[in-house]
Write a protein that binds this ligand. Sequence first.
Ligand SMILES: [Fe+2]
Length: 438
Amino acid sequence: MSTKKQSFIAKLLHTNGLQHAGYLTVAKTRAKALKAFSYVVSIRRPMLFVGETSCEELCDMLINEGSINVFIVTDAVLNQLSIPAKVTDYLESKHISYHVYDGITPDPTFEVVEEGLQKSIDTKCDAIIAIGGGSVIDAAKMIAMSQGNNCKPQQLIGLFKAKKPSMPLYCVPTTAGTGSEATLGAVVSDDKTHQKALSIDPKMVPLAAAIDPTIMQGMPAHITADTGIDVLTHALESWMSANASVETDYYAASAVKSVMHNLPVVYEDGDNLKAREQMGIAAHYGGIAFNKAGLGYVHAIAHQLGAYYGIPHGRANAIVLPYVLDVNRKACQKRLTELAKKTGMVKDGKTANSDAKIAEHLIAEVRQLIATLNINPIVKGMQSSDFESIAKAAAKEVRDTYAVPIYLSKSEIKDLLTKIKQAGEDRTNKDKSNDKAA
Ligand SMILES: [Fe+2]
């Protein structure tokens, strides 16, 4: 895409906010700009390797591309568990030199990224492999882009800031969740404000990803559940987006169908490699879908719950998702019905039901899945006095970033938060009375 087109779309997306009267106009203008963005920008797909030999295949690709000195980005826990060994053993057998850097922390800050960047520069590497979850992959994207552009990571925040290609980047996701190995964005936390900063650029899409079920095999059940619901949320929000297309619908529906079937299986049996593999593909497909269609209120509110109360991202999504589906139900009735039919959630006997009933059935199925996964619905420390600023920040995120099917007022977002708080309190009281009875 030409620089002129890039800067025009970037300007549209940066229109300054107005008070509520102008909110919808600004939000809808940005949604249209996002749609234009998804039409005119060609977003590369990473080469995808799947299965128990996928890490080796990914390394073969890297070697065939001419790399001889690899910088491996991971975190300390994964390194202690020797998760990178599958990659490093293979590189060693092929006489490729490598350096392992395990300094990435959850929700990495600029400081963390800068430290990784300096180490990467010091090693004079010619390719980077990220082995980890969303935080590791996002940090590696920022390191690779900064190194490729000879700039500080802060200079990449915003849209289309990179002038040159990223360093060659390859990814091995260790969780089936963010789908970050497929996306054109990376999130970094500001060291001081702890606000999230986003860098979006098609140059950020990794060259290749390996979905290796054996790498994901040891993931504890509660993390499998949380990250799995993140996949479902990406797919559902992409499907409900006003910017959904035939292409994004294909990936979103495939991901929804896979999660509904495979997530309860891997939650019960983490060693089921076929289901692990399918969840890994679903996460990747979810990433492809939201790359173009975007997300919505579930993520906008869940990001705030994460920032205010430190709740893991996937769990926050699981708590918020049913409420947003309820709010969207009327506006998305036909779309949800279509999705329920496409993904086999309604059996032959039920197709005669009205759209309203079928949409309701889909939402009930999602609630049932979340219940099956025993996801704790309590947000510890949730305060009504925070709701005004949470609602404001969530509304801003939606206005700036997403093309939602229906726009909520601040008071509607606060009502939703009140319901979440009440449900958490009800659950706490129920748990207490069960404890007394026992
Ligand atoms: Fe997410």
